[in-house]
Each structure stands twice: as C-alpha cells, then as structure tokens.
Write a protein of this length. Structure first.
Length: 163
C-alpha cells in the first residue's frame, strides 16, 4: 500500500516555519478511486485524531470512504509521528519539501486545498508568531511590527509523491 508524502512549495518573505495551525488540523484533498479511477465529486477532509474502522477487520484509518461509482472501499491514514519525524514538518522554503506523509489504500490523492486549512508561521528575524493564517487564493500578507517589515506567503503549490 503506497505511502505518499504531501509536499508544498511557497515563496516566503519575512517568515519561516510554515505549518498547519494545529497538530489536529483538517487535511483537505480531492481523491480518486484506484479501482475505477473515478474522482470523488467533492474534496474530503480528515485529521489525525479521527479513527474509523476499516471493513474486513483491517484495522483503523483516519479516513474511510466507498467509491460512489464502483463501491470499492478506500482509506487514508497518517504516518505515526515520532520525535525525529513529526506529523507536520515545518516548511522553510524555497523548494518542495514534505509537509506530512499518509498511507492510502484504494484511494489516490489528486490535489491538496491549502486555502482550506489554517496555518501558522514565525517572523524570520523577530520570531513573531503569526497564528490562524487564512490563505486567500494561495496568498497571505501581514506586517511584522518588531522588524517593521512586510511579511508574506505567496504562490503556495503542492504535489503528492511516493514516500
């Protein structure tokens, strides 16, 4: 069963360590069935704290659904975080870097909706905390009063790659 890493890339200006605002943040992504290749009509959301039994006694996952077309069951489960590999890896830029890793069974992620999550980061020089950041069209701007500089997150992009 494939483990896929969600990687992001963004242009950070005056900020560092971009990550979801909380450890139990809702991951929002579109998915497709690996059996019939049918893409689910709406994005799905799930987090690390939600646990659902997988049919057939195959343990638990953070998300389980049945394909509306072929009725195949699919699931997704976050990798168990460790001290060396946290659930959400802070993004420091400028290249693609892993944000989190999941194991998918019967599903394949298609796209990630970064603007559907809330984020946090810190001022690059001042350490000022910016919490509950809402990306609008993949962008955010603010002002760091400690350094008298503009801060921004621009051109947020993502991709799923084999882990």
């Amino acid at each position: 069963m494939p483990k896929l890493a969600l990687q992001i890339r963004a242009q950070l200006s005056g900020v560092k360590e971009l990550r979801p605002s909380t450890d139990d943040a809702q991951l929002v992504t579109t998915v497709k069935c690996t059996s019939c290749q049918e893409e689910h009509a709406k994005p799905v959301s799930f987090n690390v704290t939600g646990e659902v039994e997988v049919q057939g006694g195959r343990g638990v996952a953070n998300f389980v659904m049945h394909c509306s077309f072929c009725k195949n069951q699919g699931s997704a489960k976050f990798d168990t975080p460790t001290s060396k590999v946290p659930l959400w890896q802070p993004y420091t830029g400028p290249d693609y870097a892993r944000l989190t890793t999941l194991e998918f069974r019967g599903l394949e992620p298609v796209s990630f909706q970064a603007d559907q999550m809330t984020w946090r980061c810190a001022g690059e020089e001042s350490g000022t905390k910016f919490d509950d950041i809402a990306l609008e069209d993949g962008e955010w701007t603010d002002y760091d009063e400690k350094t008298n500089n503009e801060t921004s997150i621009m051109e947020v992009e993502s991709k799923w790659v084999r882990a």
